[in-house]
Design a protein around this ligand. Structure first.
Ligand code: PEP
Ligand code: MN
Length: 353
């Protein structure tokens, strides 16, 4: 069973679905049977202990829900996944034969908690998914992987659920795509799963976020679903009904990580060569530009003039952004590109002997 799960989480286009929280045995049974019926769900997720921001709300059904989950697993054949935040959760979840454990975003942020969980997992052969920490800290996410690996847990996956930010946003949790993309670059063998439910916080944007993750070569999706989201005790705005889940999964344009089609390979190769040539030209132009910046630094120093010349910088930025518009380049991109060049140029001028 365990070895199947290890293979399963590596499956391309994996779908994990299920309620935010287990509420009643009936709710769990009905949701799980509907999901099984779709034939599109690989793993049933369900929260047993819920980390709520404020007290006085439903905090999960607790350990008794694990027995219901085990029963549902036996009846539907769906492997189960549960969030754990303490050593006791790990012990309880494993004693009820939960197949996959995941560490939530409010837990992966805390190295003490991750360490406690890792120690409870030591000597087991469990598959563990690690959600990104609530704050946009790549190193904490990496640290959680390392803590698990150190105790011998090798079946690991990552879940991107977005990052908290202050103020209003179209997202419940900002996706900040560059962080999971960097994790994929650093850990190419660890499956990366997108949780659009907690990124979006509402149903109407789930498809576009899910699609984006598939376009970015994620391995799968975790989507919260409930047989009737309108009566859900937690995260009711973002959960989808079974039919909505099916529509969502059918609307996604699933991608392959590669293709063996000859024409595709040939065209891709040709275009990549063009990109490589352009990158080479950009690099050598950048090098020329920095040499000039160094000369400018020297004459500023000789004449006792400040390195930063705000008016000149403002003019360059404005005129570059204007020119970029005519070249169909995105304003924000050109702005951050110019800022990066300017920062490096200032650094070079400051190190002039
Ligand atoms: C959840 O998956 O229901 C959950 C609590 O998620 P997160 O840790 O991403 O907030
Ligand atoms: Mn939730």
């Amino acid at each position: 069973m365990k070895t199947d799960i290890k293979e399963l989480i590596k499956k391309q286009n994996l779908v994990i679905a299920g309620p935010c929280s287990v509420e009643t045995n009936g709710q769990l049974l009905r949701t799980a049977f509907e999901l099984k019926e779709t034939g599109k769900v690989d793993i049933l997720r369900a929260g047993i202990w819920k980390p709520r921001t404020n007290p006085g709300h439903f905090e999960g059904i607790g350990t008794k829900g694990l027995a219901w989950l085990l029963d549902v697993k036996k009846q539907t054949g769906l492997p189960t996944a549960v969030e754990v935040a303490t050593a006791k959760h790990v012990e309880d979840a494993l004693s009820f034969e939960t197949d996959v454990l995941w560490i939530g975003a409010r837990t992966s942020v805390n190295p003490f908690s991750v360490q406690e969980i890792a120690e409870a997992l030591k000597g087991t052969d469990t598959t563990v998914l690690i959600k990104n920490p609530v704050n946009a800290d790549l190193k904490l996410w990496i640290g959680a992987i390392e803590r698990l690996q150190k105790v011998g847990i090798n079946s690991i996956g990552l879940i991107h659920r977005g990052f908290t930010s202050y103020g209003s946003s179209e997202y419940r949790n900002e996706p900040i795509w560059q962080i999971p993309i960097e994790m994929k670059r650093l850990f190419p063998d660890i499956p990366l799963i997108c949780d659009p439910s907690h990124i979006c916080g509402k149903r109407d944007t789930l498809l576009s976020v899910a699609q984006k993750s598939i376009d970015l070569a994620y391995n799968g999706l975790m989507i919260e679903s409930h047989y009737d989201p309108s009566i859900a005790l937690t995260d009711k705005e973002q959960q989808v009904s079974t039919i909505e889940l099916v529509n969502l999964l059918n609307s996604i344009k699933w991608k392959n990580s590669s293709s063996n089609e000859d024409n595709f390979k040939l065209n891709l190769e040709k275009l990549r060569l063009e990109i490589d040539t352009i990158d080479q030209k950009i690099l050598s132009l950048l090098s020329d530009r920095m040499k000039i910046a160094k000369n400018i630094g020297e004459i500023k120093k000789q004449n006792n003039v400040t390195v930063l010349q705000s008016n000149r910088w403002n003019d360059i930025l404005e005129s570059t952004i204007n020119k970029a518009k005519n070249l169909n380049l995105n304003d924000e991109f050109v702005k951050s590109y110019m800022e990066a060049i300017h920062i490096e140029s200032i650094r070079i001028q400051n190190v002039v002997e």
